[in-house]
Structures are given as C-alpha cells and as structure tokens.
Design a protein around this ligand. Sequence first.
Ligand code: MLC
Ligand code: AMP
Length: 513
Amino acid sequence: MAMANPLYDALLAPHEGSGRVFLHLPGGGTLSHAAFGRMAARFAHAIRAAGLGPGDRLAVQVDKSPEALAVYAACLRAGVVLLPLNTGYTAAELAYFLADAEPKLVLCDPAAEAALRPVASAQGAALMTLDADGTGSFADAAQGLPERFDTAPRKDGDLAALLYTSGTTGRSKGAMLTQANLLSNARVLVEAWAFTPRDLLLHALPIFHTHGLFVASNTALLAGAEMIFLPRFDVDAVVKALPRATAMMGVPTFYTRLLDDARLTPELAAGMRLFVSGSAPLLAETHRRFEARTGHIILERYGMTETNMNTSNPYAGARRPGTVGLPLPGVELKVTDPETGAELPRGEIGMIEVRGPNVFAGYWRMPDKTREELREDGFFITGDLGVQGADGYVQIVGRGKDLIISGGFNIYPKEVEEALDTLPGIRESAVIGVPHPDLGEAALAVLVPEPGAEPDLAAAAGALEDNLARFKRPRHYEILPELPRNTMGKVQKAALRERFAGTFAGDGGSGAA
Ligand code: MLC
Ligand code: AMP
C-alpha cells in the first residue's frame, strides 16, 4: 500500500484509469480522467527528471489549458510546491517571485521564453516552455515517459502551493498553502454547494489564482464532477456552453458581462442549478438583475488567497444580496476592533478575523509579516472590514487595506505609486480605485507634477509597460497641484475617490480608458 498523500488520495486517485470524461474542451473534444492521469504521471516524471523533489518549487506562468491543469496534478503527485503566476506579469515582476521562491524550474509560454531566460538563469532556475496548445519543451521532455508514477508521500502540513499576494507595503508575500488547507476547504465546499458526479461545472476562470485553481478545480475533482474548461471568460463561449452546464463560478464581471448580453435568458440557464460569485464584491443590484433576468439567485461567497473560502451564502436557505453569507463549517469568524484586536459585539463594524483548517501556514520566509497578520492563537487578520448580523450573515463594508480589486485581480496602489513616483517630472502620485461598470473598480492615478514640470501622460503610461502587468496599470490619469492630506500628512484617498468617482461611469463593455 502506497504511503499517503492527502490531496492526491482525495482528488486524483479515485479517478485513476477511469474512462469517464473529466474535461470538455472548446473544440468539442473531451479528456477522460484516465488520459488526464496519464499526462499528469508523465509530467511528474519530467518534473523529477528536471531535478525537483518534494518541497521544491515549480513556478508556472502559462496559458490555461488541460496540460496546465495537469502540471498542478503532477506537482501534487511529485510533492512539488506549485507556484502559479498571473500570465499578465512582466519579466521584471517575475524576477522578484523567482528570487523570493527560488524555484528549481520555471514553465513559461514559448513567447515569453526569450525575456524570461536571463531572469531564470540569474536565479539558477531551469526554464522550459508549455504553450496553450500543450506543446513546448516541457511537453517534449515528458513525451514517452512512463504513465505510472509513484506518488510522493505527503503530510497534512506539507506545502502544496505557494501563491503570491501583494502587500500593502513593500513586496509581494508568498502565501504557504498546505495539503490540509486545500483539502479541508474542498471538502467543505463540495458539501456546502452540493456538488456531485452529475455536475458539469463551467470553468472560465484563470487557473493561477485560488478561485479557478482551488475553489473550482479542487471542488470538481473531489466531487467527481466534469468541467467545461474554457481558456478564458469569453461571453460568446460562455453563452454557448451554459445550456449544457449545471454550475458556474465567476467574479462579478462575469455576471455584469452576461447581463449586458441579450442572449442571457431563463431558457439559456434552465439547466443550471448554481451560480457562484466571489473574489470581489457583487453589487446587490447585479444580484437582483440576475435574478430578474434568469430566475437564478447568485450565491455569493467570500475568501482570499491566505484563507481559501471563509463564508458562503447557503445553498438551501436565504441568499442575501449584499452579504457574503455565513461562516463555512469549521471556520470561526469574529469582528474585532482594528486598533486593539478586541472582539466587537454582533452588529458592529470592524476587522474580520478568521481561524480554521482553511487558514494558511504563513508567508514564505517572512516571519515578521506572518506575525503581523496571523495571530498566535490562529486567527488571521483579513484586512477586510465587515459586520456580522444577529442572524450570522456577514457583510463586507470596506477594506482596511489599501487595495483595488479590478475584475477580480488585486492591484496594490503602493506598487503602482512607487513606479509612477520614479518618473521624470512627477513629484508624487496617488492611485485609487473608482467604480467601473465592467471591472467593478478600475485604477485611476492622480499625479502631482514637480514645480514647473508638465508631465507627459503618454510617456508616463508607456514607462509602466516594462514594469507592471497590464491589469495593474491605471486606466485614467488626473493631474493635481497637490494631494489632499489630513493633519497627520496622510493622503486622503477617500476624498480623491469621491472626487473622481464618476470617471468611468459611461464606460460600457470591457474597453480600456
Ligand atoms: C484583463 N485586463 C484587465 C483585467 N483583466 N485589466 C484590469 N483588470 C482586470 N481584471 C486587461 C487585459 O490585459 C487587456 O489588456 C485589457 O485589460 C482588456 O481586457 P479584456 O478583454 O476586457 O479582459 P478579459 O481578458 O476579458 O478579462 C477580464 C476578466 C478577467 C474579468 C474576464 O480579468 C478574469 O478572468 N478575472 C478573474 C480574476 C480571478 O480569477 N480572480 C480570483 C482571484 S482569487 P490589453 O492591453 O491586452 O488590451 C481571490 C480569492 C477569492 O480573489 O475569494 O476568490
Ligand atoms: P486575494 O488576495 O486575491 O485572494 O483577494 C482576497 C480579497 O478579495 C479579500 O480579502 C476581499 O477583500 C476580496 N473578496 C473576496 N471575495 C469577496 C466578496 N464576495 N465580496 C467582497 N470582497 C471579496
């Protein structure tokens, strides 16, 4: 009897060799569990052959594909820690992650190879490619390798993945997610959302973040559900796939884009049993419009990279617009005074703190940051401000952290401001999130020129291109002679947000400003 590997044993082993369909692909083809498992075994051998053993990191910045998902499965089998990276990150951003996580191997898109090779070599990491169509030097290396693999034994507390989340100050932090973190949350979600082998989950999220990789994929695998695996959210493809699907998970932008499409009707969604929203606040208005249009009540839940899912509206029971529902089984949630940490009575607004098997093991090689946010008693300080009603429902009312969530991607203003402040002619800057009809919030930069200087906005925007992923770059610029400050000298971002709140009001669709 092989030794235990909790995630492999629960998510993958039950399907080994099964001819059942796992993934439905855009071209109309399918991939069985057996074929997926064979691919994952070959990939696990290739990862081993590249010199990685249990606990080593594998950084992956590739387009979404069945092969990319099989890399995750291969890492689980080999005991290798997966470090998935947003495909939008530039080589400059990658350099930081590679230096910090010290992966032995980096997988990238062939188109990024030339730019990333020096970055990887500088860190002593090998580099291989995996294209969206599943080809590349990594796939070549795996070609012909055995389709059986002795899964590495792992313990509950062993790391399964390292996911970077930006910090409000300083650099990104690697959230260490263990086997038990991921498995406990998958178990809770299968139960809470009633997933079964009869489900067909419409998967249009990226797989480099918690939502698409763990919430969606782990839940489907654990339940034995099938997935319609789309490379990205494309409204035409989603409309085409919806009639076959039983469930979908998305960020609020998925729902506003669907609502903007006349093809969204009750008939289109007649076979659906569940629409889940998360990663960013779902406007109560979107919730109500979706119900009026389709008859479906979106189930909103709340989570984060460090904690997986914390709360959820009930599957059976009232799904309340504007709330993120109740703490999930096993998750303790309290609202505390942000200054003192003392627990507040129900009904009072404060800092949301959570504890449970879902909560991560700390930040990679950052014991000080870990101590600041993860209390010794196990409660994690989320940075989200909220209130819990007498009936237990949690409402998120704001963020204690300076963070913009745009289309479900996080933008840390500080990082963008630091990049802007170095530009010639700019004395200082403030980056704020303002309402955006498509993305929920979009980044807007307020620039203060040096005395006498006339900043060249096009040059400013251009200068960010090499350093910042596209999704982080401000979609609009404003120039002010100075930033509003309080008596302590702190920039009053709330005043700026109010002043520029209407900037994107007329922007329809997904167009950039
Ligand atoms: C893409 N762009 C974005 C963007 N996504 N800009 C700002 N915010 C975003 N979210 C850029 C593109 O690079 C492109 O640049 C331009 O904006 C227009 O792109 P688009 O065609 O409108 O975008 P699209 O590709 O359709 O993507 C939008 C989206 C996508 C909403 C479908 O961002 C998405 O899938 N978001 C999901 C994010 C997610 O999974 N979050 C979960 C985090 S986990 P150019 O220059 O090429 O035109 C988490 C925990 C939890 O938060 O609780 O779940
Ligand atoms: P990330 O660091 O990418 O995991 O983002 C996590 C953050 O997304 C949380 O701390 C919240 O601020 C936000 N978030 C996730 N789900 C919701 C939700 N349903 N409503 C409001 N904010 C959410």
